[in-house]
Design a protein around this ligand. Structure first.
Ligand SMILES: *Cc1c(COP(=O)(O)O)cnc(C)c1O
Length: 374
């Protein structure tokens, strides 16, 4: 970093942090109460505050998003096969393996890069019990068609909504869809609690069951009703979440401005395709572009060129989950089953977007992409 005299890098993302002194009073309260975890006061406050902010009925906090995914599948007693996308972060499919479930990969839609409902339907077998779609980059899935498939076939739907914090469609929060939705509050996400996650639940009974599952299955001091896990969020993380929530809207406004500047700049750049934003309220969590064959450089060459300029773009999502060794021998991982996902993973590059980017940072990225010979 410049302060240390080293070259300055522009990272793909950077966590927004409040002034440290603003966090001290929260720490003081934790020190005074000596309640460090196990559903303390900050945990309860953050659950309520998130329900209000997101516009959802119930939220169960977790130590991270992956444990929340694993527990969501447990809560619905999912077994057998689950249809999911290969175009995501690896935790999506790993949560299935951790439950002894076979992931079945289906191809994605070329415009949204989310699961293609027609391909979901074609992948159903007698073993299929659920669908696990991802709102990739925070862009909502085709939730209506997915729900229609699920109802026709008697399947559950668990949304991996790790990217979709705060996203709304015409009817409200995108997190209201499906049987459950799972959020991640990891440091790299739009809203972070250092590490953290949550399950959005439709009713109080489901939340209570999930609260038991994330606490070893305890329902009271002496009764254990299920082989639960330790998925609890600590008081430190919950308190930090409350403070982060104070500043989240300002962070989203800044992200939106970066998104708008990129879109305007790339509108005339041949071979660079931005993904459409169709949601009523977006969160600008990522800025993916597809590097098409009519761009002068291949994706990896652009990636390297950005790097030589100190711009640390990322190839989300490359490789496909289905290419990792624990998945690649599965029949649904075959290349001819996933041509759209494969093409996207070979063309995509996520450009830096976060609230601390300066105008100069954004212009440096734009210059590099629009004039690749530079
Ligand atoms: C970040 C992420 C996860 C995992 O969340 P953690 O909080 O890091 O465990 C799961 N799925 C997707 C799509 C993610 O991006």
């Amino acid at each position: 970093m410049s302060a240390s005299g080293k070259a300055r890098f522009i990272p793909v993302t950077q966590p927004a942090l409040p002034p440290l002194e603003d966090f001290i009073p929260y720490l003081q309260q934790i020190w005074d109460s000596r309640q460090l975890t196990n559903s303390g006061p900050f945990h309860a406050q953050l659950e309520r505050a998130l329900c209000d902010y997101l516009g959802v009925p119930h939220v169960a906090l977790f130590a991270n998003g992956t444990l929340a995914l694993v527990t969501a599948l447990q809560a619905l007693r999912i077994t057998g096969e689950v249809i999911t996308t290969p175009y995501s972060f690896v935790a999506t499919a790993h949560s299935l393996l951790w439950n002894g479930i076979t992931p079945v990969f289906a191809d994605i839609d070329p415009l949204t890069l989310n699961l293609d409902p027609a391909r979901i339907e074609a992948a159903i077998t007698p073993q299929t019990t659920a669908i696990m779609p991802v709102h990739c980059y925070g862009h909502p899935c085709d939730v209506e068609r997915i729900q229609a498939v699920a109802e026709r076939q008697g399947l559950k739907v668990i949304y991996d909504a790790a990217h979709a914090f705060g996203v709304r469609d015409g009817g409200g929060s995108v997190l209201r869809h499906g049987d459950l939705s799972v959020l991640s509050f990891h440091a790299t996400k739009v809203f972070n609690t250092f590490e953290g996650g949550a399950i959005v639940c439709p009713d109080a009974d489901t939340k209570q069951h999930i609260d038991h599952l994330k606490n070893f299955g305890f329902v009271d001091e002496t009764t254990v009703v299920a082989p639960g896990i330790n998925g609890k969020m600590s008081e430190i993380n919950a308190a930090f979440g409350l403070l982060q929530l104070r500043d989240i809207d300002a962070a989203l406004v800044r992200r939106e401005a970066v998104d708008a500047r990129y879109r305007a700049a790339f509108a005339g750049t041949r071979g660079i395709v931005c993904l459409p934003v169709r949601e009523a309220r977006a969160n600008y969590a990522y800025f993916p572009v597809l590097v098409r064959p009519d761009y002068p450089l291949r994706r990896d060459a652009l990636f390297e060129r950005l790097r030589t300029h100190g711009i640390l773009a990322r190839r989300y999502f490359y490789p496909l989950i289905s290419d990792f060794p624990m998945y690649h021998d599965m029949p649904s991982a075959a290349a001819d089953n996933l041509p759209v996902a494969r093409a996207a993973s070979e063309q995509v590059i996520c450009l830096p977007i976060h609230p601390a980017l300066t105008e100069a940072d954004v212009e440096a990225v734009i210059a590099c992409v629009t004039d690749p010979a530079r």
